[in-house]
Structure formats: structure tokens, C-alpha cells
Design a protein around this ligand. Structure first.
Ligand code: GDG
Length: 462
């Protein structure tokens, strides 16, 4: 078995549950092959720090973890600037929020080159390298330039926008050309693959060899959808563990006279949180039977707080939820419980299970794992209903959810009302179909599909 080398911006210890399903899934494959996980340590070295740029090596069971620190300047331009100030907004169709500062690209290239240099020294000739996400698009090209000939795959966790939107990134040609240094590129959904295929067809000299095969720049590339899943067994266990059950019992008793709606998101403008609050307001106005009853618990866990757009969003959410509570609240009932904090992972399943409805209504999302976690946490005998944005990658798989357009406030409010009113047998049928799909296409299936497809790519001379 070839050794698996995973490269991602952040590295997690796969043995810790708090690391989440992805770390667990990759950890299993890394364990099995005695693999290596490489990335940023999460630390920022101020200038002159002793040992600046050192490689930190640790072992976690059979897995080797290799991390590097970033300088303040590289962190600000590579991570905050180019990755989260340019690529994240543009890839989520938010050109209005992108900050095309010409200085960022230098840091992005520098960090990718530094990663490649440090990683190259650790590689063995028959390693299989799997690179993750938008922070590291040019990594394979940098490795190839250093003579690395290993098989390399890339998975994009966020959406790929249509060519005209992608073209707003000044370096779009360089970025997309860089992808051709990989043997396999994986996307979350068929919509993303279609955008890639159109981009390659119109903006590059590529020849389309087949549905998933492209030839350009002297290189053949396969590109396909691999919808990411969750670790269903792990999440089901968490649901039935003591903390999960205690949370469920506590919330059930506390809200026994209410009907709970739940939202769990990183505080991010892609997640459609202001639009969700607007839909809740509309629900209360249009269907007054929900007054005194419907309660939205919205967890918005802090994320990228130092990016300006996030501070603005935070203020908007605080003011919108305050206004809804002020307009509709009673002494003994508030329609919104907005919590800007991270909730312990072991408590999430209890929260999901007690909710009648989950609101997963991003404006754009690569996949959205919360939708899948909600389904797994339900009681099959009395399941809650998933209201899901058609703009989440998950909508391609989860057809039995109530699909909504989050920009359409009326339509979303109607769907929430329908979810609250849905008869038991319909809830059960929908849930059963959804659970089956989430189970069949879990994170282990995803990993295996990707690694099998990567192994099947023909070895080429690079
Ligand atoms: C990117 C893509 C793609 C959230 N709040 C808390 C918390 N969470 C956990 C959820 C879930 C995860 O974070 C969020 O995953 P999502 O998929 O919803 O979104 P992103 O973070 O944007 O992830 C996305 C994903 O990558 C995987 O490829 O699906 O489209 O954007 O697991 O449960 N966890 C805890 N406390 C919180 O308050 N413990």
C-alpha cells in the first residue's frame, strides 16, 4: 500500500473527536498506510522569533503530523488576504465582498512554495499526495517544479463558480492552469464540475477527452464530483452518548411548550443568516399561530473574526435578532436565541434531535455538513424536517428535504410553515430516504471513492 500524504491548511490530530468527521476519516486512511499529514501549525511567528520557519514533527499513533509556522506577513497575505479575502468570497459568488489587493498574491505564492519546499524533503517516491482546498491550489505545480513525480489529487471543499465570476480573480488563468499539475481534481457537486468543464472549454486550450477527462498544458487531468459525507456511525454514537442525551432531555423539558427551529453555522456571510432571520420574521407575521411558540436557536460559531466583512455581519445579526425579539417577544417567550459562541461538539446531536425543523439556508455552500448531521441525529419514529437551500451542494443529494431559495423570503417562510405542519408519516418517509443516502454516501465512502479514482489515474511523466 502506498503511503498517503494529506496536505491541508490546518492539521488535526485524528484521534481527537473534537477534530470532526473529516479528520477521523482521513485519519483512518493515514493510519492504515502509516501516513503523513502536513500543514500550517496555526501559529504565527513574529519577526525574529527563534526557529522561525522550522518544521515541527509529531506522531499521533501511526500517523506523522508535520507542521510549519507562518510569519505575520505571510499569514496576513496568504491566509486572511488571498485565501479568505479573494478566493472565499469570489468562489461563493460574492464579488462585492472581495478585496483584490495586489499585495496578497505574493504571500499566497510564497506560502505555497514554502509548503512545497518543506514537504518535498519528506516525500518518498511512491507516496500518494492528497491536497485539500482553496488555500493550496498551486501546491502541486510548485511540487512538480521541484521535480516531484508522485501521484497527486486535489479536493475543493467550496464551490467553483461559473467562468465569468471566476474570471473576476485577476490570477484566474494561473490558478486554473495550476490545477493541471494534479492527476485528479475532485469537486463537491456536479454543478461545480460543469463550471470547471465550461471554464476549461472556453478559457484554456484544453481538449475534452471524455466527460471527466481534459488534456491541456501537456497534461491529462480527471475532474469529477465526490460529494463529501459525514462519519455517520461516529455521529450516531455521539447522539446516543450521555452528553448528547442529557442535552436532548434538558432542551426537551425547557422547550416543551414551544416548537424549536435550529440553525448551526460558522458565522459566515455565505450561510445566509440575515436572510434566515428575515424569513423567520415573515413566518411570524404571516402565520401568527407560531407566535408564542416557534423559537429559533441560532448558533453562529465565531470564525475569521479579523476579516472586516465578518465584523459587519456580526453586528447585522445582533441587530436583526434583537429587533425580532423586540417586535414579537413576550415576557415568557423570545422567538430568537442567537448564540455567537462555539457549542461543544458532543452537545450538537441533542440540539438537532430536539428541533422540529433545521434551517440550513446558505446563499452558497460547497456541501454543508450540518444538513447531514441533523438527519443522523433525528429519532426515526418522530423525525424533524430539513429545510435546505437549493444553493448548498448537499441539495444535489438530499432531494427529500424541503428545498428553498433563501433569497425568496416568502417562499422560505412558507417552507418553514410547511415543515412545522408536516404530518408524521410524511416526515418519516422523507427522513428514511435522506438517512439512507447520508449513510450510503458517508465520509468513508467519499474518501474511498476519491483515493480509488486517484489510484486509477494513469501514471504519467511530469
Ligand atoms: C467547508 C465548506 C463543506 C458549526 N458550529 C459549531 C460546530 N460546527 C460544525 C458543524 C459542521 C461544521 O462545523 C461545519 O461544516 P459545514 O459543511 O456546514 O461548513 P464549513 O465550515 O463552511 O465547511 C462546506 C465543508 O467544508 C466540508 O467539505 O461542506 O461547504 O464551506 O460539522 O457541526 N461544531 C461545534 N460547535 C459549533 O458551534 N462543535
Amino acid at each position: 500500500m502506498n503511503r498517503l500524504v494529506v496536505v491541508s491548511n490546518r492539521v488535526a490530530d485524528p484521534r481527537k473527536t473534537a477534530s470532526g468527521g473529516l479528520a477521523v476519516a482521513l485519519g483512518q486512511a493515514l493510519e492504515a498506510s502509516g501516513g503523513l499529514w502536513f500543514g500550517w501549525s496555526g501559529r504565527i511567528d513574529e519577526p525574529g522569533t527563534p526557529g522561525e520557519g522550522d518544521l515541527h514533527l509529531q506522531t499521533a499513533g501511526k500517523v506523522q503530523l508535520a507542521t510549519v509556522d507562518l510569519s505575520r506577513e505571510d499569514h496576513d497575505s496568504y491566509y486572511l488576504g488571498y485565501s479568505n479575502g479573494v478566493l472565499w468570497p469570489v468562489f461563493h459568488y460574492r464579488l462585492d465582498l472581495a478585496d483584490f489587493d495586489a499585495g496578497y498574491i505574493g504571500g499566497y505564492r510564497r506560502v505555497n512554495q514554502m509548503f512545497a519546499r518543506k514537504l518535498a524533503g519528506l516525500l518518498k517516491p511512491d507516496d500518494v499526495i492528497w491536497v485539500h482546498d482553496y488555500h493550496l491550489i498551486p501546491l502541486a505545480a510548485e511540487l512538480r517544479a521541484m521535480g516531484c513525480k508522485q501521484r497527486m489529487g486535489f479536493f475543493l471543499h467550496i464551490p467553483l463558480p461559473p467562468p465569468l465570476i471566476l474570471a473576476a480573480v485577476p490570477q484566474h488563468e494561473w490558478l486554473m492552469r495550476s490545477l493541471f499539475a494534479y492527476d485528479l481534481v475532485g469537486f463537491q457537486s456536479n454543478a461545480d464540475v460543469a463550471h470547471f468543464s465550461r471554464y476549461v472549454g472556453t478559457e484554456t486550450p484544453a481538449i475534452v477527452l471524455g466527460e471527466h477527462e481534459f488534456r491541456a498544458f501537456g497534461k491529462t487531468l480527471r475532474a469529477r464530483a465526490f460529494p463529501i459525507g459525514i462519519d455517520v456511525d461516529e455521529f450516531a454514537q455521539l447522539t446516543h452518548a450521555k452528553d448528547g442525551q442529557d442535552m436532548y432531555a434538558q432542551m426537551r423539558d425547557e422547550y416543551s411548550r414551544r416548537r424549536l427551529l435550529i440553525g448551526v453555522d460558522r458565522l459566515d456571510y455565505s450561510k445566509g443568516l440575515p436572510q434566515r432571520l428575515k424569513a423567520l420574521r415573515q413566518l411570524l407575521e404571516k402565520y401568527p399561530e407560531n407566535l408564542g411558540s416557534a423559537t429559533l436557536i441560532q448558533i453562529a460559531s465565531p470564525s475569521r473574526e479579523s476579516v472586516d466583512a465578518y465584523a459587519t455581519l456580526r453586528q447585522e445579526l445582533e441587530s436583526k435578532s434583537g429587533a425580532i425579539n423586540g417586535n414579537f417577544g413576550e415576557l415568557d417567550w423570545m422567538p430568537v436565541r442567537y448564540i455567537h459562541r462555539t457549542v461543544a461538539r458532543k452537545k450538537l446531536p441533542g440540539l438537532y434531535r430536539v428541533a422540529r425543523v433545521a434551517l440550513v439556508t446558505p446563499l452558497r455552500d460547497g456541501m454543508n455538513l450540518v444538513a447531514k448531521e441533523f438527519i443522523v441525529a433525528q429519532d426515526p419514529a418522530d423525525p424533524g424536517v430539513l429545510v435546505l437551500s437549493r444553493f448548498a451542494g448537499a441539495a444535489e443529494q438530499l432531494k427529500e428535504a424541503l428545498l428553498v431559495n433563501p433569497y425568496d423570503t416568502d417562499g422560505t417562510a412558507e417552507a418553514i410553515q410547511r415543515a412545522l405542519q408536516m404530518p408524521l408519516d410524511e416526515r418519516q418517509q422523507r427522513h428514511q430516504a435522506l438517512l439512507q443516502r447520508v449513510r450510503d454516501e458517508d465520509v468513508h465512502w467519499w474518501r474511498q471513492q476519491f483515493l480509488d479514482a486517484l489510484a486509477a489515474t494513469e501514471a504519467e511523466t511530469h
